[in-house]
Design a protein around this ligand. Structure first.
Ligand SMILES: Nc1ncnc2c1ncn2[C@@H]1O[C@H](COP(=O)(O)OP(=O)(O)OP(=O)(O)O)[C@@H](O)[C@H]1O
Ligand SMILES: [Mg+2]
Length: 385
């Protein structure tokens, strides 16, 4: 089974360098592809080779890809274009062109994710290393399948539970002109693929999300937030990489920095007790080209194999207690005063500051209301009744 290793973190902390070097190291043992989902691709710069929009062979077991959204649409999205054209016509809009598809919100995300889905489904690679965009955009990418499926159910003539059964009903009662069979099939496939990728990204045996951080207060704060939000969405984080630590021999000028890094490293250790923390030092060379990247990865991972799953935790659990349903969410850094909870038509909505998670409640819980919420040992216990 393939593994998906996704590296994210604040801008400039070293995501691309860590992802590329991890891929180089893994390619010595496994068939590996490193793919950039940051539209500002810099994998080519890091690996010091030209990388195409399709998987490009770099060495024996190493492939790299920087998806160009326009190329991807031209080669892979003709069928979808047909479906969108039908939908746009149905909405009374002009037919859509390939250029317009490219700028539709979410298309970039969908394309990246569908590539990952195909690679995992077809077992094309042992490992897919994802060099993702800075935290905010990465969160948008990860929440995309859930959000997109929600839209498809609400807006498009497709049903979450029984697309095939709903179809003739839709046609009879709503008078919606249905796209032709082939086009409809494509929409169904897209819907299923999004469901599949959602499962892939939430399965700790397949996907490991690794947060790259620098050892300063601002990066650390962002890492804490990312940790909470990723758990809120149910994504498996198994490691934090503390990058650009100043080595002992950096002289007097860096004494202050070394002291504050020591303190923040302690905080990092106590803040993420379950996940593996990798300490990665500032190197005295720029991390360019496969040779240097390999050297960098070997010092960072020491004897560990980055293929491993370093932590398997369940971020969301449902249980019953005294006839009530308890939803247990891992949320170590959330603050109760910033928390909002409500049931909206069978969906449990959890808002923390300006982030929101919508969880489809199982059928039997769809009418339950959040009655009480309690933080205990880094978990949020929501009682539904
Ligand atoms: N441990 C390190 N030692 C020395 N240089 C490093 C280290 N980590 C990263 N760098 C350098 O820092 C710069 C930024 O790294 P990189 O591009 O990997 O960050 P990024 O998080 O991907 O940035 P962006 O948010 O722009 O995508 C690069 O020049 C890289 O070589
Ligand atoms: Mg980068």
């Amino acid at each position: 089974m393939s593994r998906v290793l996704l590296y994210t973190g604040k801008g400039g902390v070293g995501k691309t360098s860590v992802a590329a070097s991890t891929a180089v190291m893994l390619s010595k043992k496994y068939k590996t592809i490193v793919m950039s989902t940051d539209p500002a691709h810099s994998l080519s710069d890091s690996l010091n080779v030209n990388i195409g929009s399709e998987a490009t062979k770099i060495s024996d077991n190493l492939y790299a890809q920087e998806i160009n959204i326009n190329d991807a649409i031209q080669t892979h999205w003709n069928d979808l274009k047909e479906y969108l054209t039908a939908l746009f016509q149905y909405q009374g809009l002009d037919p859509i062109s390939a250029d317009e598809i490219a700028i539709l919100p979410g298309f970039e995300e969908a394309t990246y994710l569908l590539y990952i889905n195909d690679y995992v489904k077809n077992n094309d690679y042992d490992i897919i290393v994802v060099d993702s965009a800075p935290t905010g955009e990465a969160l948008r990418l990860l929440s995309f399948p859930e959000v997109m499926r929600w839209y498809m159910v609400k807006i498009f003539p497709i049903s979450r539970t029984a697309a095939k059964i709903a179809r003739p009903v839709m046609k009879t009662f709503s008078g919606i002109p249905m796209p032709n069979d082939k086009v409809f099939k494509n929409a169904e496939t897209l819907y299923d693929d999004l469901g599949n990728i959602h499962e892939i990204l939430q399965d700790p045996d397949i996907t490991s999300i690794r947060l790259v951080t620098n050892v300063d207060q601002m990066s650390y704060n962002e890492t804490k937030r990312a940790f909470t939000y990723l758990l809120l969405y149910g994504y498996p984080i198994d490691a934090v990489i503390a990058n650009k630590i100043y080595p002992e021999n950096t002289g007097d000028f860096f004494t202050g920095w070394r002291n504050s890094q020591e303190k923040i490293l302690n905080d990092i250790n106590s803040a993420f007790p379950e996940v593996k923390i990798f300490k990665s030092y500032l190197q005295d060379y720029e991390l360019l080209g496969t040779e240097k990247l390999l050297r960098f990865a070997e010092t960072m991972y020491e004897k560990n194999d980055p293929y491993s799953v370093f932590y398997r935790g369940k971020p969301v659990e449902f249980s019953r207690e005294n006839g009530k349903t308890i939803v247990k969410l891992k949320l170590p850094f959330a603050d109760k005063k910033n928390l909002r909870l409500y049931n909206r038509s069978g969906e449990l909505v959890v808002e923390v500051e300006n982030w929101k998670r919508i969880m489809y409640l199982p059928e039997t819980m769809a009418n339950l209301q959040p009655e009480n919420a309690e933080f205990k040992n880094g978990y949020l216990y929501i009682t539904l009744s």
